[in-house]
Structures are given as C-alpha cells and as structure tokens.
Write a protein that binds this ligand. Structure first.
Ligand code: GLC
Ligand code: CA
Length: 559
C-alpha cells in the first residue's frame, strides 16, 4: 500500500453559499471562508473541498458554470480566491475545487455561440441531435434530457441534469483541450486538487438507443444511456494524462454506479482518480435514483452488510475511499438513520465515529461536526433546490397529498444540508447579519460553534477528539493504513470492525440501538485499552462490557 498525503488527510466540505457571510448580504462567500479558516485548523482538518463558486446563474447553485475562470460576484472576486488559496496554503490546508465538466451553464459563452452561429466550432461542443433522433431518456432533475436548441429549426441539445445545464460533447477534441487548459490553470495556482462532479456521465452511448420505460412519464433513466458507458475510459485516461498526473494533486471522483469490475480502473493505484465516493450505503431506507418518496424498511443488520461489503471490495481492488456520511446533496445523517426522539449526543457521535474510523479518508460536511439536523422547512414554497422542487411534483403526481409530499421530500431534500452554518446563538445563527438566503434551522441556539466550543462534552469536541486520535495519536498508522475486518457478525444491532496493522488491533464497536447491550468483548482476551468513548463510563465486569444505548467505543485489543 503506497503512502500518500491525501490518504493521511481529514477533509471538510464547504458549501460556500451557506458557510459564512462576510458582507451582510445573506449569502456565504470566499472572504467568509478565509475568516473561518482558523476554526477549521482548530478542528484539525487539512483538506477543504469547496462546492462551486464560479460565475453561474445559480439554477443548480453553482453546478451550472457560465465562466470557469471567474468567481461569481455573490461569492467575491478572483482576488478573494487568490487570497483564500494563499491563506489556506499558509495554514497547511489543501484546497480542492469542484470540477464541473460534464456540463456547463446555458449562459456560458460556448453555448451562447453555439446558439447564435450554427457554423461555430462551439456548436459541436454540445450534444445536439435532430428531432427524429431523440431518445426517451429522463434527466436527473426530471423531464426529457432533450430540449430544443433556441433559434434552431429542429435541433435539440442533451442535458443529463437541468435544461440550463447543457452537457458538453466530450467527443470533440478541441473542447477537451479547452477543459484541460482550464484545469491546469487552476492547478498552477497552487490548489490541492479537485472533487470531480458527475464524471461518470461524460460518455454517451453513441448509438443513442431508447430503453423500456421505467416510470409513468414513459421515459427511462438517463443512467442507462449515459452512465459509465463503454469508451469513457479513453476520455478519463486522456484527462488524467493532460492534467492531474503532472501535479501532486488529489482527485475525488463523484462516480455513481461504477461496476465492481471497473473499480480499479477508476481508482486503483493507477486509476483515473485518487479516490471515488462510494454511495452504496449512504441512504439506509432508499436507493439513489429512485423517487424520494420511496422509503423502504431497513435494519441495521442488512445495512451494515453494505458497509462491510464496500470496505472489503474497495480494499480487494486497491481502491482508497473518501468516507462520508453527508454532503450537499444528502439529508443530514442523523435524520436519515434515527427518528427524531432517538437523535441525541450518543446517536450522533456513534454514527459519526462509525464512518470516521473506516479505512479511507474521512470527509466531514459543514455542520456535521455540530450535529446539525435537517432543515425545518414547513412550506414547500421555501425550497430552493431544483431537485427537491421536481421530487415534490413527482410525489404529488404519484397521488401524495401536499402534506405527505412535503414530508416525503423533506426526508431526502438537498436543502437539508444547505441551511446556514450555525456559528452562534445570535441572530441568524451568526452566519450573517442579514436574512440568509435559506432559513436557519430552529435548533441553532443549542447547536452552534460557540456553544459547543464552550462545552467539553459537545459533539464538536467529540469530532475534534476523533480527528486528533487519527492524526496525532499513537494509533495514527493503524487508523490510517490498517486493514479493515468486520467483527461480531452474529450480533444484529452491533456494527463493529477491527483496524489491524503489524500485529496490533484497534476495534470500533457501535451499539446501534436505543438499549443497553452486554457484549462479550473477546473471549480469549481480557485486556483492552480504551481510546475513545461517547459515554464517560465504560462499564465492564467479568469479561462483559455493558454498552449504553448508541454507545461507541474505540479500544485497542490485546490478544
Ligand atoms: C453532482 C452535484 C450536484 C449537482 C449535479 C449536477 O451530483 O453533487 O449537486 O446538482 O452534480 O452538477
Ligand atoms: Ca456575502
């Protein structure tokens, strides 16, 4: 196993619109991030992934870029960005930008030229087909992937996401060169790398076939014709060679649905990317790609198999994983896994630790370290997220009442993760002195940075401790490079695993239930050394450990 700086990192994701507002317009910005860097240094992280801040009409909050070289004025200026890169580098923090190159914005000059001049070279920068050549593919945000090209007689452009996010035609070599140039431009500015957005969609099935419909709209998921298609590897190989490979940078691919057989191609020691996110266990009671109202019963017993399986496969294929429980597209982890009355310090820190000590690089999403919960939105008109609005309609069309539809989408809404970061118990949670673009959660007086910093037993301090143990304690090597081995396989409500290196064993044990549990730690070994627990006491008698409800412990086991 090769050692790499990014394997030893702890990363933190910032959603800039909601992190900190430095100029009182209710919108987070780059200066706001600079002001809060010391908070992140204190927390102990050393990589930051920032969601997009480039010029954008904000149809998809910056994932629709109209100029890859300029910061959007709502976030500040290019000078602010340079200042941020410098400040972060000085503090030993590597910045990852969000690389959105499957599509751009319909306001990008390329698309504008493609529209205004049918003979422009930019016309071929997009995936354009005639009316009789269209497919029945459904875009991720709803409706057909085809929209009439403005001004044209009978031509349509393809968009995997919203119609304001036209897909780029990676078949065109000139377009690819423009993208590589842009990537190198930013790498030359001294950033640490990229999180690579929606990268599995680059290649479209060139036969453009129809598929059997999988929904009442008569359409079929775009994933069938555009996700991980044969030939994508050629694009990704060229991309890497022209850019990433020439820098000591890290790349983290958002790669839904990569088949097992291709995992090492994507992200083995010589893969296209340093790491790729695994989403197979992030929603316990649903599936990515299905309507959000589909909620399935789940059990800890079944769910934990997905994590065990993921860790096993990734290490078999030599893939290093960026472990995460939250991001800007997900609901808050505590709400996904627990009912309201089960959410407390213990359950929050347990689910956090369960993920944090897996093999891979931990990614913490802003506010997760405070125990932030889902948005407290009570009226659908407040939703900002384009996908939530679509899913609300999808639920209504499936026969849900408006109250039921609201409830169904609140469970998965991407706005859940996008409410303002809770800094203080003051106005607007100290995020801004003006009314924020999305309402602050109701619980901000209790859950915020200031209050939690002052409380030695807060969720924030627990996260800080976990980071310190992984980064600075005697267990550093084992927690970073140790093998992963699930244990207590026959205990349904215990999720537990060993990290193992050079004959040493550290065990993570989660009592994933709201009840006490007597655990026989290890029949042959009486001795253990407690490293971390989310309860003050670990009760142990005659070889049994009494685990409290949702207790997590990290112990070194001596055999
Ligand atoms: C990725 C992003 C998501 C965005 C989509 C389109 O999935 O994480 O926020 O909407 O790509 O760019
Ligand atoms: Ca601002």
């Amino acid at each position: 196993m090769n050692k790499k700086w990014w394997k030893e990192a702890v990363a933190y994701q910032i959603y800039p619109k909601s992190f900190y507002d430095s100029n009182a317009d209710g919108i987070g910005d780059l200066r706001g991030i600079i002001e809060k860097l010391d908070y992140l240094v204190d927390l102990g992280i050393n990589v930051i992934w920032i969601s997009p801040f480039f010029k954008s009409p904000m149809i998809d909050n910056g994932y629709d870029i109209s100029d890859y070289y300029s910061v959007d004025p709502i976030f500040g200026s290019n000078a602010d960005l340079e200042a941020l890169i410098e400040a972060a580098n000085q503090k030993g923090i590597k910045l990852l930008f969000d690389l959105v190159v499957n599509h751009c914005s319909d306001q990008h000059e390329w698309f504008q030229r493609a529209i205004s001049d049918p003979n422009s070279k930019e016309r071929d920068y997009f995936v354009i087909r005639k009316g009789n050549q269209l497919t029945n593919w459904r875009s991720i945000f709803g409706g057909s992937v085809w929209t009439k090209l403005p001004g044209s007689e009978d031509e349509y452009y393809m968009h995997v996401f919203a119609k304001e996010q036209p897909d780029l035609n990676w078949e065109n070599p000139e377009l690819r060169q423009e993208i590589y140039q842009m990537i190198n431009y930013w790498l030359d500015k001294g950033i640490g790398g990229f999180r690579v957005d929606a990268i599995v969609y680059l290649k479209k099935n060139q036969a453009f076939p129809d598929f059997p419909s999988d929904g009442p709209d008569g359409l079929a998921s775009v994933n069938l014709g555009s996700q991980n298609q044969a030939g994508i590897g050629e694009f990704l190989t060229e991309l890497k060679a022209a850019t990433f490979e020439n820098y000591d940078c890290v790349t983290v691919g958002e790669a839904f649905g990569v088949p097992q057989a291709q995992l090492s191609e994507y992200s083995g020691e010589n893969g296209y990317f340093s790491m790729i996110f695994d989403f197979t266990y992030d929603v316990p009671d649903g599936t990515n790609g299905e309507p959000w109202y589909v909620k399935k019963p789940w059990t800890v017993k079944d769910w934990k198999q997905k994590i065990y399986q993921s860790q096993k496969i990734l290490s078999e294929f030599g893939v290093w994983s960026p472990n995460h429980m939250e991001n800007h597209d997900s609901a808050r982890v505590v709400n996904r896994f627990f009912e309201a009355e089960q959410i407390n310090f213990a359950s929050t820190t347990m689910i956090g630790a369960l993920d944090f000590f897996l093999r891979g690089t931990p990614f913490i999403y802003q506010g997760q370290e405070l125990g932030m919960k889902n948005a407290t939105i009570k009226d659908p008109s407040i939703f900002d997220d384009i996908q939530t609005k679509d899913q609300y309609q999808v639920a209504l069309e499936a026969g849900f009442s408006s109250a039921e539809a609201l409830k169904a989408v609140l469970h998965r809404s991407r706005d859940n993760a996008r409410t303002p970061m809770q800094w203080t118990a003051g106005n607007y949670a100290g995020f801004s002195s003006a009314q924020p673009w999305l309402p602050v959660n109701d619980d901000y007086k209790e859950y915020n940075v200031t209050v939690e910093q002052a409380d030695a037993n807060s969720i924030l301090h627990f996260y800080q401790k976990m980071i310190e143990i992984r980064q600075k304690s005697a267990y550093r090597e084992i927690l970073i490079y140790g093998d992963f081995r699930p244990v207590y396989l026959d205990l349904d409500n215990v999720v537990a695993y060993d990290r193992h290196l050079n004959g040493k064993t550290v065990r993570v044990i989660c009592n994933f239930q709201n009840e006490l549990f007597n655990l026989e730690l290890c029949p042959q070994a009486e001795k253990y050394q407690l490293i971390l627990s989310n309860y003050e006491q670990v009760l142990s008698e005659a070889g049994l450990i009494k685990l409290n409800p949702y207790q997590v412990i990290l112990v070194e086991i001596f055999k």
